[in-house]
Structures are given as structure tokens and as C-alpha cells.
Design a binder for this molecule. Structure first.
Ligand code: AMP
Length: 204
């Protein structure tokens, strides 16, 4: 089964993606993490990725497509995957059709109050990009890598406001497309995440 997760920044699509990945035993492919890794690799694209991310802007569609296509061609994706953060506009949704077959698209919704709350509490590991909510996690290092946790370059109020505006502008055509194809499942992500996940499984 190949899943796509769509949601505004800080809607919790990453968390739900990880839970789906564990439940179905298929890899979680986060487009944001692939790009953060690319930016850490000192490649010719590193600085342009970091600069766009800092401003909360999307990275060039062709570059993103190349990185994603390469990742999805790996052996571990053969039995399915949870794709988190792609597509982010209709052009990417049409691109995706040319190299992947998507079975279900999950649209994760959270209220603006919840999103703002998550922004101030989110810290990430600079090595594996696991994110932690400091409300539930009191240590300041990653439990897998031992690295000291940091803020993401795009977790600032200005970048968030650009990312939210961008999402509002680009998401409806993608959602319409997947509604027409009877692939869209919507889930409200508020409150206890285990209950949210149970509800989602019931809808799938
Ligand atoms: P995320 O980790 O999903 O919140 O993504 C963080 C940032 O990575 C975004 O604000 C964009 O700058 C970039 N990014 C992630 N996915 C995409 C995509 N599909 N297309 C272009 N840029 C992306």
C-alpha cells in the first residue's frame, strides 16, 4: 500500500506518518527530511535548499522530484511506503503519477491554535530529524542519536506564516484531485494521538 500524507505545517502529518510506517511495516519517506539530508551533504544544491527553507519557501519542483524518485526506487519501498510532504502543489501531484501509484491520500487537519502551540514546543535532532514536543519530552538530546536537539531553521513565526499561506494557496487543487479519484481520507488531529490513529485506521 502506498500512502500520501497531506497537511499544513505542524498539522502532525509527520507523527501520523511514523505511526502508519510502524503499523504497516513500510518506510516513512519524509520529503522535508530528504531535503534536510541533501542540505547537510554539502552538495551543489545545499545552500539554495537551506535558503528556501529558512524563508518557508518550496524548493524547486524538478530538484525535489529527482531526489524523491531516487529514494522511491530503493528496494525497501517495493512493498509500499508512507510519503510525507509530497505532493505540495498540483504540478507535483501530476509528476508523482508518472513514477508512483498512490493508493490512499490522508489529509491531516489541526486547528491554528494547536499549530502555534506545536511551533514553540517542537525541537528536532540535527542528525536523524526526529522531532520532539518538549511538552512530553523533557531531555534536550535525541534518544536515538544522543545529539543535542535544535530548532528547525523554518520553525520561526515568519517562515510558518509563509508556509501556511503557501499551503492554503496550493492544497485545494491537490485535495480535489484525490477526492475525484476516491482516494482521500480526512482526519482531525487534536487531542490524544493514539485515539486519532485508531480513528484513522478505522477509516482506511
Ligand atoms: P516539512 O518537513 O514537510 O515541514 O518540510 C520542510 C520544508 O522542506 C518546506 O517548508 C519546504 O521548504 C521543503 N519541502 C518539503 N517538501 C517539499 C516539496 N514537496 N516541494 C518543495 N519543497 C518541499
Amino acid at each position: 500500500m502506498n500512502f500520501v500524507l497531506i497537511g499544513a505545517p505542524l498539522s502532525g502529518k509527520g507523527t501520523i506518518s511514523k505511526m502508519l510506517s510502524k503499523y504497516f511495516q513500510i518506510p516513512h519517506i519524509s520529503m522535508g527530511d530528504l531535503l534536510r539530508n541533501e542540505s547537510n551533504n554539502n552538495s551543489e544544491f545545499s545552500s539554495s535548499i537551506i535558503n528556501s527553507m529558512k524563508e518557508g519557501k518550496l524548493i524547486n519542483d524538478d530538484l525535489v522530484k529527482r531526489i524523491l524518485q531516487n529514494r522511491l526506487s530503493k528496494k525497501d519501498c517495493a512493498k509500499g511506503y508512507v510519503l510525507d510532504g509530497f505532493p505540495r502543489n498540483i504540478k507535483q501531484a501530476l509528476m508523482l503519477e508518472t513514477f508512483a501509484k498512490i493508493d490512499k491520500v490522508i489529509y491531516v487537519i489541526s486547528s491554528p491554535e494547536t499549530v502555534i502551540n506545536r511551533l514553540s514546543n517542537r525541537y528536532v535532532c540535527p542528525k536523524c530529524w526526529t522531532s520532539y514536543n518538549t511538552k512530553n519530552y523533557e531531555k534536550n538530546y535525541c534518544e536515538k542519536c544522543n545529539e543535542k536537539l535544535v530548532k528547525r531553521v523554518d520553525d520561526t513565526e515568519q517562515a510558518l506564516s509563509n508556509r501556511l499561506a503557501d499551503f492554503r494557496q496550493t492544497s485545494s487543487p491537490i485535495l480535489d484531485k484525490y477526492v475525484k479519484e476516491s482516494k482521500l481520507v480526512t482526519i482531525e488531529n487534536e487531542g490524544d494521538i493514539n485515539l486519532v490513529f485508531e480513528k484513522l485506521l478505522g477509516k482506511l
